[in-house]
Design a protein around this ligand. Structure first.
Ligand code: AMP
Length: 617
């Protein structure tokens, strides 16, 4: 039996949501639907966006209202126009097999007469942003005296945006007897206060621990010098060829500047901020939603309520002023059970803010290294290789050209051909990154001591000249679709060790490194004997002299596919090397000349000759 039927949802609705792909209830739906269906409780749900909370309250509303009556019975208040449209649309979709369900979306920035007309025609569910709702109430154009349920969605956002008074006024037009259901991603004191004010012994549901961010989000930070920030950001983007991301800036001007620079550099990016007209914002959002835009550069306010699935990365180009906003930003990824990464690009002075956010969301950040030019090239190469491998061939269309194509290539061996094909795009990255400097900013040893115990930057622990940790090589990497978290899980599962014992994990293309305590390394190597991954033997070896005290490029293995050509260096920042600030060896091909043009170009002038790479996907 369909699990939604078990929860008490009727067939008509279950059939409609099945068509939307809802097979099983999400945890919040599972827990809140039975409570809300009783219709007799006030309710507080602490849940992130993307957890399925619209259906968590939307489905019970459809069960509880009387659709033979044509007057407002439910009011859903939410902070933004985008969210308002989204919720109204979702409820319409859930109810598309039911008769006489009328939902109206009421929001600013659009014709009020149209909305008034819809209200006059008769509605049962009003989904509204507070400002426009109040306007309509003040025109005496709506009657809320028979409202049975009020939903306050993203209550924390509404308060952040200063809607407290509007909400008070709106709610004063609804009857005392109504039930109030409040959803919020976070529970600051103000939300607690309104919960107390409007509700009577509410049923409280917390998904995850209090103020905890979504468990599917991996939080990373990179430390760079201010002058390298843009270059570092681009490198992170280049290292993630299939990124579909939202980049957060603090101001409209910064948003505009970054978006323009990216566009000039050939990236598929655009900006979203409050100085754009509604029409312009809709256009940008449409392109992003349809994935004709790869990077959306946004301010906090403009990005509120953005509900786009499959966002792979949230990038905090600048950290938000308020810790709370970090949760909202990162919640734009890892929606509907997916995973996602929230990246912060900071300078060394901002480490304190990272610690503050960690405390607030109850989750540790991983310190990551800005990829070297070599890393980027490798990643791009394999992305191209995978694309070539997986591309759908239109046999019919290409057939007519095949004889000529074969003729053109007849002097090439298969190997030559493959090399050339892959090089078409790869060469541009090689060229761009050939003298790429290390962009990781030096951080004093003292700082690392404080970060001790964190996976990304475990402090070197020296006992009588011997490091506590052994750095191991494993022949699995990002091309096998491992990220740090996956690899950690994979190692711990196979070696039966706790995640806490694993030190720094460095995922490369075709291989990775990870650290384990010296006395665990033999056990880990032993445990992997005979283990296969997708039919391939998994190999683990001690990585040269590599321990956490000597993590410079020197211990880097040579890549299987390029053998001896691969140069040393370009590995992680050499903390014991001293003079880190001066390190600028090319990620791809070393260049010891500090005056080389490549390095100078990287400090900002190089934009024009960035490889052309507009991607649609
Ligand atoms: P929400 O938190 O309501 O914004 O939902 C986030 C996304 O998850 C939306 O795209 C929903 O369509 C989707 N979703 C919600 N519930 C389910 C479910 N039970 N199964 C699959 N997808 C869902």
């Amino acid at each position: 039996m369909n699990p939604f039927l078990n929860l008490g949802i009727r067939h008509d609705i279950v059939n409609a949501i099945s068509e939307l792909g809802f097979e099983n209830p999400t945890p919040i739906q599972e827990q809140s639907i039975p409570v809300l269906l009783t219709g007799s409780n006030d309710f507080v749900g602490l849940a992130q966006t993307g957890t399925g909370k619209t259906a968590a309250f939307g489905l019970p509303l459809l069960e509880l209202l009387d659709f033979e009556e044509n007057h407002p019975q439910a009011l859903v208040l939410c902070p933004t126009r985008e969210l308002c449209l989204q919720i109204a649309n979702d409820i319409k979709n859930y109810s598309k097999k039911m008769d006489n369900v009328n939902v109206v979306a009421v929001y600013g920035g659009a014709s009020i007469s149209d909305q008034l007309r819809q209200i006059r025609r008769g509605v049962q569910i009003v989904v509204a942003t507070p400002g426009r709702m109040l306007d309509i109430i003040n025109r005496k154009a709506i009657d809320f005296t028979q409202v049975k349920f009020v939903v306050l969605d993203e209550a924390d956002e509404m308060l952040n945006m200063g809607f407290q008074e509007d909400i008070d006024s709106i709610l004063s037009t609804t009857p005392e007897t109504k039930k109030t259901w409040l959803f919020s991603a976070t529970m600051p004191a103000e939300v607690r206060r309104i919960a107390k004010k409007y509700m009577n012994e509410p049923f409280e549901l917390t998904m995850g621990t209090k103020n905890t961010g979504n468990a599917n989000i991996e939080h990373e930070y990179y430390i760079v010098r201010a002058r390298d920030k843009y270059a570092a950001f681009k490198r992170i983007v280049d290292f993630n060829p299939d990124i579909f991301g939202i980049v957060f800036c603090r101001t409209k001007i910064e948003t505009q500047d970054i978006a323009e620079a990216l566009m000039k550099d050939g990236y598929n990016a655009d900006s979203l901020h409050g100085d754009l007209s509604q029409q312009q914002r809709d256009k940008v959002m449409k392109r992003y939603r349809e994935r004709n835009l790869q990077l959306l550069i946004a301010t906090d306010v403009a990005a509120r309520g953005i509900d786009v699935n499959d966002v792979t990365h949230v990038i905090n180009y600048s950290l938000p002023d308020e810790v709370e906003n970090y949760t909202h930003r990162s919640g734009r990824t890892a929606r509907a059970g997916k995973t996602g990464v929230s990246i912060s690009i900071i300078n060394a002075k901002e480490l304190g803010k990272i610690r503050q956010i960690e405390r607030s969301i109850g989750k540790k950040f991983v310190k990551a290294d800005i990829p070297t030019g070599f890393d980027v090239c490798e990643k791009q190469l394999f992305s191209i290789v995978h694309k070539i491998h997986d591309v759908e061939v239109n046999e019919q269309q290409i057939e007519q050209y095949l004889p000529r194509i074969m003729e053109e290539f007849k002097d090439l061996t298969k190997e030559d051909f493959i090399k050339r094909f892959a090089s078409i795009e790869f060469n541009r990255f090689l060229d761009y990154y050939k003298n790429a400097p290390d962009l990781n900013a030096p951080v004093e040893e003292g700082r690392f001591d404080r970060d001790r115990g964190e996976r990304g930057d475990r402090a070197p622990r020296d006992f009588g000249g011997k490091s506590e940790y052994t750095r191991l090589f494993i022949n699995l990497g990002s091309v096998d679709e491992f990220n740090r978290g996956d690899l950690l899980g994979y190692i711990c599962n196979n070696a039966k060790i706790s995640g806490r014992t694993v030190g720094k994990i460095d995922v490369k293309g075709v291989y990775s490194f990870f650290e384990v305590p010296n006395d665990e390394s033999a056990k880990v190597m032993e445990a992997f004997k005979g283990v296969e991954f997708k039919g391939r033997e998994v190999r683990i070896e001690v990585s040269g002299e590599g321990t956490s005290t000597s993590r410079s490029g020197g211990d880097r293995r040579e890549g299987g596919y390029r053998g001896g050509e691969r140069r040393e260096g370009g590995g992680g920042y050499n903390r014991s090397g001293g003079g880190g600030g001066e390190r600028r060896e090319g990620g791809y091909r070393g260049n010891s000349n500090p005056n080389n043009a490549g390095f100078r170009d990287f400090s900002g002038k190089r934009r024009e000759d960035r490889p052309e790479r507009r991607r649609r996907f």
